[in-house]
Design a protein around this ligand. Structure first.
Ligand code: ADP
Length: 331
């Protein structure tokens, strides 16, 4: 609020400085031009006096008065104009300051929301570690098996913390240089991503059907692979065992489309507009099955896709499955 006031005051000062400056210049120029209506002193001596005019009474006094009157009117109008400029300028400055600061305020708001969400998420596994340790410390005796169990629990929580901080870091780091755009083969990048998630898919007995044709797209190969891994990870996580994940691709006009389709729990329509927000998780993924996650994957994917000048589209049907489609520029 105070920044807004200060900025508005700066704008107003500039407006008023210009308005007063112009008025002063205008006043002096105009009054100089008005004075030129009167004949010069030489005219009295060289023309009027020899012609026998009585110069005790100024023959041009009426003109002198009119000029003086003109100056006063001009001065009054300029003063009024400046008051008007002050009034309009104040409103304009306030409006402009608000407009100029609005995007900045939004960024600050989002940033502090991010920090508070992140701290909140970090607290949960840390509290779990602390509680496990305290309980263990209070026990008079600890068997080797119990100690191992505690270390295992803590290790799991540390893994969660690590995954979370990795995600946060990926979201927070601003890529100083833009990622290099290269010609990427969809087939190659999809195969690389599928290899990375194969273990998880096998563990859950989910099969991956990859029929992506070879289309050349303009993207950053590393980022694109990361995005596909995130989508595949989710597809596995939110799908029942023995279901199939299909990977398809086609091109249309300037664009290429890569889709990851699962037969999982689906996403309620009300959640669809929010799933790319940081920390957003559908209620369904928090309840019942208790799918692990922090709601960071899709926001990271979205960020990476934007960097590659692409887009992520999503359609979903509850209990039938979801399809995430990457829209990329063809090379
Ligand atoms: P996370 O999976 O860690 O919760 P994401 O950002 O990857 O975070 O996803 C956000 C939310 O979108 C998830 O919590 C889930 O509700 C929903 N979602 C994402 N992918 C799928 C999917 N394939 N099927 C069903 N729901 C999904």
């Amino acid at each position: 609020r105070s920044a807004r006031g200060r900025l508005a005051l700066t704008y107003l000062s500039i407006i008023m400085l210009m308005s007063i400056g112009f008025s002063v210049v205008f006043y002096y120029t105009s009054s100089e031009q008005l004075s030129r209506q009167l004949p010069p002193q030489s005219f009295y001596a060289e023309v009027l006096k020899p012609a026998g005019f009585n110069l005790d009474v100024d023959p041009f006094s009426f003109l002198r008065e009119r000029i003086q009157e003109g100056r006063s009117v001009l001065l009054l109008r300029l003063i009024l104009l400046n008051f008007f400029a002050l009034f309009v300028g104040s409103l304009l400055s306030y409006y402009l300051a608000r407009r100029a600061l609005a995007p900045l305020e939004e960024v600050i708001e989002a940033q502090s929301q991010f920090v508070s969400d992140a701290s909140h998420e970090l607290r949960t596994p840390m509290t779990a570690i602390q509680t496990t340790n305290e309980v263990a410390l209070r026990k008079p005796k600890l068997s080797l098996a119990e100690a191992k169990q505690i270390i295992k629990h803590n290790g799991e929580d540390i893994m969660k913390l690590k995954a979370l901080s990795d995600g946060l870091l990926r979201l927070a780091t601003k890529t100083v240089s833009k990622p290099i755009m290269e010609t990427v083969s969809t087939q190659e990048v999809v195969t690389e991503a599928v290899n990375q998630i194969m273990q998880a898919a096998l563990a859950k007995k989910v099969s991956v059907n990859d029929q992506v044709p070879d289309i050349k797209v303009s993207a950053n190969a590393g980022s694109l692979a990361q995005v596909i891994v995130i989508l595949l990870d989710n597809a596995i996580k939110y799908s029942p065992a023995k279901s199939t994940i299909s990977l398809r691709g086609h091109s249309k006009g300037k664009f290429a489309y890569l889709s990851v389709k699962d037969q999982g729990i689906g996403i309620p329509a009300k959640d669809l507009p929010h799933i790319f927000k940081r920390f957003y998780r559908s209620d369904r993924s928090r309840s019942k099955e208790n799918y692990e996650g922090y709601g960071l994957g899709l926001s990271i994917a979205d960020k990476l896709m934007r960097q590659s000048r692409g887009e992520i589209l999503v359609t979903s049907q509850l209990n039938k499955g979801s399809t995430f489609t990457l829209k990329l520029l063809r090379k």
